[in-house]
Design a protein around this ligand. Structure first.
Ligand code: ZN
Length: 475
């Protein structure tokens, strides 16, 4: 840290907190400070070192009793599913899709999807998430896709709408039982619509559009390749569900005679722009291929436990060189809460390996922040001079966190989304005192509640809303 001599001006000085930098030296600074000017961090260090900024700060926030840390990236979510909160619990993946999500996704209108996306994005912002990668697949016409992006931006956060691409029905979609209504466009139309959306929100937009071929099993190989090519040409990433359940790998093998990631590697489709959600069922060669190509795999530990999909080979992927980001997989599964995901991920691998040293809290905080930035190419995920000022202030001045002997452990094991006091994106305070400064929360909630009522009636999903649901009885 070097504080420039002379006049040190800043717009915002976060002063006196525990600063968890996730910088190159992994500094955790007791009584630290962060100075922000415009959309960038201009200085990070001990409060006493940043004292010169106090004279020329437009605003000083006393962060005593608080942690200042990088904002979190939710690397895989489905904001439009927010209207289904709590529904579908107790079903495994394929019944979950067939009985809940496919009827939901094929019925939901653009207006209802946007109402759900706004609610989900609001919850993300309030939970300290500064970036979401939203795999949006219902409905995916250009105006709804772009309206979802606007909905995310309206709450002040960054992100990408990975536009769900299905293309023409095929053998994989038959085997998976995907609703035919989810395939309204041909392969060519899918790519043209996605390109049109990317042209409106090109690379570098606060919320980008990415191609999102929905699943390696039920999107045809040429359309997956076309999606990757489109992303490459547009300078954005692309995103796909891949090898989430063992049955999906078996389906793929039964059609194509090889494993999904092995096929992606063979076709040259694994690059740093490739971001795969889940990537659980991988053999050793597939792990190596993801590592050699520095592709991203997004770990969704809560979703993977909720649907009992399996446990990602986290250590192997990281040591092979793959980037790992962390995701929630959407509110219809669990919650738009990256604090839950950090804790669940930390614990999941310990019990899976029967080894408490299998993970560390630091590892999961880094995945949630820096892993997400590597995935999206956003210059954040660390509190380092010159980086984007995307950061959060978390209140640990609570009985639950006392004494905060080891702040990273306090945050990962004891932190909750409700502890987030302030969310800052590009130097702008978008959440203050735990409340959005960008939107009327009551209005967003009321619109989503009404949208959910309509959708449940139209999609005939009331069987999944019973007070005491039993998956075997409510067929
Ligand atoms: Zn998903």
């Amino acid at each position: 840290m070097s504080v420039a001599s002379g006049v040190d001006a800043c717009d915002l000085l976060l002063d006196g907190g525990v600063v968890i930098t996730i910088d190159d030296e992994k500094r955790v600074i007791d009584n630290g400070a962060v100075a922000i000017k415009g959309d960038r961090i201009v200085a990070v260090g001990a409060s006493v070192e940043l004292a010169p900024y106090r004279q020329n700060a437009t605003r000083i926030v006393d962060c005593g009793g608080k942690v200042v840390m990088p904002g979190l990236t939710d690397g895989h979510t489905h904001l439009f599913q927010t209207l289904g909160r709590g529904m579908g619990d107790g079903l495994s993946l394929v019944p979950w899709l067939r009985r809940f999500m496919f009827p939901y996704a094929k019925t939901i209108s653009g207006d209802l999807a946007v109402a759900g996306a706004r609610l989900g994005a609001l919850q993300a912002a309030l939970s300290g998430t500064t970036v979401v990668v939203d795999n949006h697949y219902g409905p995916t016409d250009p105006s709804t896709t772009l309206a979802v992006a606007e909905g995310i931006e309206s709450v002040g956060i960054r992100g990408a709408v990975a536009r769900g691409i299905f293309g023409s029905p095929n053998r994989g979609s038959e085997i998976m039982g995907v609703a035919p209504e989810l395939f309204p466009w041909t392969n060519d139309e899918e790519l043209a619509i996605t390109k049109e959306c990317i042209d409106t929100r090109p690379a570098g937009s606060k919320v980008e559009i990415w191609p999102g071929p929905e699943n390696v099993v039920y999107v045809t190989p040429d359309l997956i390749a076309g999606s990757a090519e489109l992303a490459h040409n547009a300078g954005v990433r692309w995103h796909m569900h891949c090898s989430e359940s063992s049955s999906e790998v078996e389906f793929f093998e039964s059609i194509f005679g090889m494993r999904p990631v092995a096929w992606l590697a063979q076709e040259g489709l694994l690059t740093p722009r490739t971001t795969l959600a889940h990537a659980i069922w991988l053999d050793d060669d597939e792990v190596s291929a993801l590592g050699e190509n520095h592709s991203t795999t997004v770990h969704n530990p809560i979703s993977n436990q909720y649907l009992a999909s399996g446990v990602m080979r986290l250590q192997r992927l990281q040591s092979a060189g793959a980037n790992v980001a962390l995701g929630t997989d959407g509110i219809a599964v669990t919650g738009q809460d990256m604090f839950e995901a950090m804790k669940a991920g930390t614990l999941l691998h310990r019990v899976h390996h029967l080894d408490p040293e299998a993970t560390t809290v630091e590892q999961f905080m880094e995945i949630a922040a820096a892993g997400g930035s590597a995935m999206t190419g956003i210059d954040a995920g660390t509190l380092t001079q010159g980086c984007l000022a995307d950061l959060i202030v978390v209140d640990i001045d609570k009985v639950r966190h006392t004494p905060w002997n080891r702040p990273v452990a306090s945050i990962v094991h004891g932190g909750r989304a409700a502890d987030v006091d302030m969310t800052i994106v590009a130097g702008e305070i978008i959440v203050e005192n735990g409340t959005s400064t960008q939107v009327d929360e009551d209005e967003v909630r009321a619109a989503a509640t009404e949208a959910a009522r309509q959708l449940i009636a139209e999609a005939d999903l009331s069987g999944l809303t019973q007070g005491w649901f039993s998956p075997n009885v409510n067929q």
